[in-house]
Design a protein around this ligand. Structure first.
Ligand code: BDR
Ligand code: CA
Length: 309
């Protein structure tokens, strides 16, 4: 049976790849795409999602969500994703329109009206998910699990302590991690191993369809900013790991442990403290990715891109 999911994202190059995968894989029923402020403004992220869907004929409703984090001012990752939030590829004039409903309302209503449980896949700041939980607290019983990209067991990428998605809205992240819902956390400690080297781009380019062309154009831009910002040759492809995990759980080794999101006003704001050894003796609150099968990951990406005609 197909797994029903809602993808909550801020495309963003790596979010766009996650959307491409979720939009085509036969094991996934992509019910809706919800957009959040993050890599760029809400408006730009929304345009990017619509462009991807239109270009690849992904027939899915797209909803605009929060324009800003719950408490903090918005911060964007233009230094990685460019002025548009998805610099690199160009698209035909946009015809596809977003839905009217506010994304957190859509998330809450869809969960409450569904007989089956639904999986949430956030690949941006957790603002929309936290707002949906506050709008209708009963949704926690209707969520199958939350498979998210965010956090890190070790160092961060926006501060020494914090990963971007959690740091942008650590208040929202606390709400999600403390909700009692099963959370699978794909953090930087594993996604940093997924380096999109030129040979990976060439391998995907050989597929020779619309999706592989888009992948190449996006990754060529992404790799330039990853190099200039972080010195990476071959940028790490973070967000698609969530979808790869849904397609094949064996891509990740997980550690069930207690996670505390730091939202104190300190240099560690946004840090995900993952108690791997269980020093605190507290209840486990999340399944934290400890290791990733790199080869399997790229095989899944290739499998998804090949599904486009
Ligand atoms: C995360 O931050 C964003 O820039 C990426 O899209 C990804 O979700 C990595 O820290
Ligand atoms: Ca993202």
């Amino acid at each position: 049976m197909k797994r029903k999911i809602i993808l909550d994202c801020d495309p963003g190059h790596d979010d766009a790849v996650a959307l491409m995968m979720a939009g085509i894989h036969p094991s996934i029923d992509l019910l809706g795409v919800t957009i959040v402020s993050g890599n760029q403004t809400l408006e730009k992220n929304l345009t990017n999602a619509l462009n991807i869907c239109q270009y690849l004929n992904i027939d899915v409703p797209v909803y605009a969500g929060s324009t800003r984090p719950l408490v903090k001012k918005p911060v964007y990752a233009e230094f990685i994703h460019g002025k548009s939030g998805l610099d690199g590829p160009t698209f035909d004039p946009l015809v596809k329109k977003p839905e009217e409903k506010f994304a957190p309302v859509y998330i809450a209503e869809t969960l409450m009206n569904s007989e089956e449980k639904i999986t949430l896949v956030p690949t941006g700041p957790l603002t929309n998910i936290a707002l949906a939980m506050r709008l209708e607290p009963k949704i926690v019983d209707k969520i199958e699990e939350i498979v998210l990209m965010g956090g890190s067991v070790d160092s961060g990428n926006i501060t020494p302590a914090a990963e971007f998605n959690i740091w942008v809205d650590a208040e929202a992240a606390r709400i999600v991690f403390e909700s009692g819902v099963k959370v699978v956390m794909c953090g930087l400690n594993v996604t940093r191993k997924l380096r999109c080297f030129q040979e990976i781009i060439d391998r995907m380019d050989k597929i020779g369809n619309k999706a592989s062309t888009l992948f190449k154009e996006m990754m060529e831009f992404y790799n330039q900013t990853q190099l200039s910002s972080f010195g990476w040759v071959g940028g790490p492809l973070h967000d698609p790991l969530t979808i790869a995990y849904l397609i094949d759980n064996s891509v990740l080794k997980l550690n069930h442990c207690h996670v505390d999101v730091d939202n104190n006003n300190s240099v560690s704001y946004g840090r995900t403290n993952c108690d791997f050894p269980g020093i605190q003796g507290l209840e486990p609150t999340a399944y934290v990715a400890e290791d990733v099968d790199i080869e399997k990951f790229w095989n899944i990406i290739e499998e998804c891109l090949k599904l486009y005609s």
